[in-house]
Write a protein that binds this ligand. Structure first.
Ligand code: PEP
Ligand code: MG
Length: 430
């Protein structure tokens, strides 16, 4: 049997923020595959545990323990398993870990092997990774996703005063992914000009996800700048907007340390009840072509989520990131509470490919949309591009069309689109 795993090995490498992360390699007699794990900054409290050494190396951020867990604990036991049996490999690692949040071996350790093994299986089967993921998820409808490109960064991803974390463009009116990328790059370059003209050349530095991070604080100002850039580029008819508030980060306390009463938010230094925050979002939805709003409320503010979805869920994607953490149990609760209508799928929030696919399938079968997502700390691994196509998700959020850890994903989609030829379908989402 050539798909028998002969070995697994991990190492510590650096991510796009210059912090350590786990890279794993898995091999059979004839093939070898490699994968790298991303890392978040605005992480949800319910995410699976990213194991960090918390010692003197790398300011405590080393992942030597996670690497050792792969090399000394997982590797020995996985050798001999069939790499095409992803369920069995992941199930085995989950059992070996034995905790609810993968805190013994580390979600970063388990995910690195899970990703590498799935890529190895694709090589063994002689198919591209997205086709193998299609098989694993029982999806035959490959879709080139509409990208959500974070062109203006705030929150914990930028050194400015913006509380809202991500302002995105979605080139939903393109006819192909190639055209979508071209449109986005043109809007991005025009945005640079718009910012430079208004705030000077010191304002065009970029944040963690490659979007500009000018010295703004009013939450609506980025939307005005982006609308001006879209118009300047002549793409008004083809581009919609998306926002990730990442509101867990300004719940009861903002990034500048300003505190609010229990249950309230701090936006632009002003304390808001969930109801007032909802009104503010409502005004934004009325004034701009926003089709997607993520983490509008904090991760456990269920009543606010449900009331917002009841009121606006018919006209906008209500995306759960910190709320759902790619976890089937939390998705089930959100379905029951009608708390949102779209899953943000981040593989390292849950820590294995099998569980990520289960989260996507449950969401799709329940009538939700699925947006596959990067993390703010990324790597050059384009895995999530194949994942989005293979799942038929129709949406991928991977940052600005700038910085190689972001463009790695978009450039991979160009290759996949080319490979699919006249069978390539650009998703119609909005
Ligand atoms: C997000 O919040 O959607 C995100 C990509 O940021 P992070 O990876 O920091 O959680
Ligand atoms: Mg988010």
């Amino acid at each position: 049997m050539s798909s028998k795993i002969e070995g697994v090995r991990a190492r510590e490498v650096l991510d796009s923020r210059g912090n350590p992360t786990v890279e794993a390699e898995a091999w059979t007699k004839n093939s070898v595959a490699r994968a790298m794990v991303p890392s978040g900054a605005s992480t949800g409290v319910h995410e699976a545990l990213e194991l960090r050494d918390k010692d003197a190396r790398f300011m405590g951020k080393g992942v030597a323990k996670a690497v050792s867990n792969v090399n000394k604990t997982i590797a020995k036991k996985i050798v001999g398993m069939d790499c095409t049996e992803q369920d069995a490999v992941d199930g085995f690692m989950i059992e070996l870990d034995g905790t609810e949040n993968k805190s013994r071996l580390g979600a970063n350790a388990i995910l690195s092997v899970s990703m590498a093994v799935s890529r190895l299986a694709a090589i063994e089967e002689g198919v591209p990774l997205y086709r193998h993921i299609g098989r694993l998820s029982k999806n035959k409808k490959f879709l080139l996703p509409v990208p959500s490109m974070n062109v203006l960064n705030g929150g914990v991803h930028a050194g400015n005063k913006l509380d809202i974390q991500e302002y995105m463009i979605l080139p939903a009116g393109a006819k192909s992914f190639r055209e979508a990328l071209e449109i986005s790059a043109e809007v991005y370059q025009n945005l640079k000009t718009v910012i430079k003209e208004k705030y000077g050349k010191d304002a065009i530095n970029v944040g963690d996800e490659g979007g500009f991070a000018p010295p703004l604080s009013r939450p609506e100002e980025p939307l005005d700048l982006i609308m001006a850039a879209i118009e300047k580029a002549g793409h008004e008819k083809k581009v919609k907007l998306g926002v990730d508030a990442a509101a867990s980060e300004f719940f009861e306390q903002d990034k500048n340390g300003r505190k609010a009463a229990k249950g309230n938010y701090v936006l632009e230094g002003v304390e808001l009840t969930p109801g007032r925050l909802m009104e503010r979002y409502g005004q934004m939805l009325d004034s701009y072509p926003i089709v997607s709003l993520e983490d509008a409320f904090s991760q456990d503010d269920w009543p606010a989520w449900s009331s917002f979805t009841g009121r606006y869920g018919g006209r906008v994607q209500v995306v759960g990131d910190d709320l759902l953490v790619t976890n089937v149990k939390r998705i089930e609760k959100a379905l029951k509470e009608k708390a949102c209508n779209t899953l943000l799928l981040k593989i390292n929030q849950i820590g294995s490919i099998t569980e990520s696919i289960a989260a996507a399938r449950l969401s799709m079968e329940s009538g939700w949309n699925v947006m596959v997502s990067h993390r703010s700390g990324e790597t050059e691994d384009p895995y999530i591009a194949d994942l989005a196509v293979g799942l038929g998700a129709g949406e991928l959020k991977a940052g600005a069309p700038c910085r190689s850890e972001r463009t790695a994903k978009y450039n991979q989609l160009l290759r996949i689109e080319e490979e699919l030829g006249n069978k390539a379908v650009y998703a119609r989402m909005f």
